[in-house]
Design a protein around this ligand. Structure first.
Ligand SMILES: C[S@@+](CC[C@H](N)C(=O)[O-])C[C@H]1O[C@@H](n2cnc3c(N)ncnc32)[C@H](O)[C@@H]1O
Length: 310
């Protein structure tokens, strides 16, 4: 499989520039995927070392070959990035000079029907990024109560019709279990009519994916650990693909930039808060029209950059 078929890296040039790569530095790509960003990072300076994480064994196996030419400079770690600090400590790495997060799913994951991520490709309802995890979309869709399903659809998909869709799912599964992405998709078809259907399906599938993989919790833990281990001047570079992710990053960067969190009516500061980041991108960098046309997967990408201070 060519790199292009696995995944086309988004905002590639911009990410490499953003990382501000230093000679002899130690870098982390938390989301290896098809290895596009990792490869370019390694190519950019022959004296750096890169640790690349992915929780998906298919990504690790695929990139193993792609990055083998870089020898010991490239280290692959099959792990959730929420284990960032522990996994690096196991490799005797305590501090790093830059870190990249390219959140979400790869083109390969979303287009392989066997992985059960997509409503446009019929396959078993699965959606696990890491096949060592035990909970699949099948279990959620067929076992969760109406209220639980509706909460997931609303919180992680921002779907306004979450209750109606959840009720229909429960009604339908009493007749026959919902086993495939196609079957779930046709349940949504019964509730949402017209062109709004596609967007609703995208929201429901996104919500299930985020919930099953605990995506937002992993992001929150990992970005904090990333700042803890970043050397001064080191950069944290993050691409998000939807508003829930982007909001977390934006708020986190703002909080880490503040040197005081005392209420505004306090005459003096008593909080001891220290600024740990300087925000480099006041507004996120987005792909050019050209990039969006060549790679539609980049459409909603937003790149935010911050730098460790002190
Ligand atoms: C958008 S793709 C990355 C594409 C990659 N930058 C490239 O150029 O090919 C996101 C990747 O991150 C992985 N991923 C998502 N959440 C993860 C997590 N919590 N820990 C580790 N890997 C994760 C997915 O399995 C997927 O392979």
């Amino acid at each position: 499989m060519t790199n292009k078929k696995y995944h086309v890296p988004v905002l590639l040039k911009e990410c490499i520039e953003a990382l501000n790569i230093k000679d002899n530095g130690i870098y982390v790509d938390t989301t290896l995927g098809g290895g596009g960003h990792s490869k370019e990072i390694l190519k950019s300076n022959k004296n750096i070392k890169l640790y690349s994480f992915d929780r998906d064994s298919e990504a690790i196996n695929y990139a193993h070959e792609l990055l083998s030419t870089f020898g010991e400079r490239s280290v692959l770690i099959h792990s959730n990035y929420d284990q960032l600090r522990t996994q690096l400590a196991l490799k005797k790495v305590k501090k790093i000079d830059g870190i990249l997060f390219d959140l979400g799913v790869s083109f390969h994951q979303i287009t392989d029907p066997e992985r059960g991520f997509s409503f446009s490709k019929d396959g078993k309802l699965d959606m696990r990024m890491d096949n060592r995890d035990t909970v699949t979309a099948y279990q959620i869709v067929n076992e969760f109560r109406v209220e639980e399903l509706s909460k997931i659809f609303f919180e992680y998909g921002e779907e306004k019709k979450s209750k109606v869709i959840a009720r229909k799912i429960v009604q339908q599964r009493e007749i026959k279990k919902i086993e495939t992405t196609g079957e779930l998709s046709s349940v949504i078809d019964q509730v949402i009519k017209g062109p709004a259907r596609v967007k609703s399906k995208a929201r429901i599938f996104q919500a299930l994916r985020i919930y099953i993989n605990g995506e937002l919790e992993s992001i929150k833990k990992a970005i904090k650990e990333a700042v803890d281990i970043l050397n001064p001047d080191g950069r944290i570079v993050i691409i998000t693909y939807h508003s829930l992710e982007d909001r977390i990053i934006k708020q986190f960067f703002k909080y880490e930039e503040k040197s005081c969190i005392c209420p505004s009516n306090f005459p003096v500061c008593i909080c001891d808060k220290k600024s740990r980041l300087k925000i480099i991108t006041k507004k996120p960098i987005i792909p050019t029209e050209d990039e969006k046309n060549i790679n539609p997967q980049s459409r909603s990408a937003k790149l935010r950059i911050a730098e460790r201070v002190q």
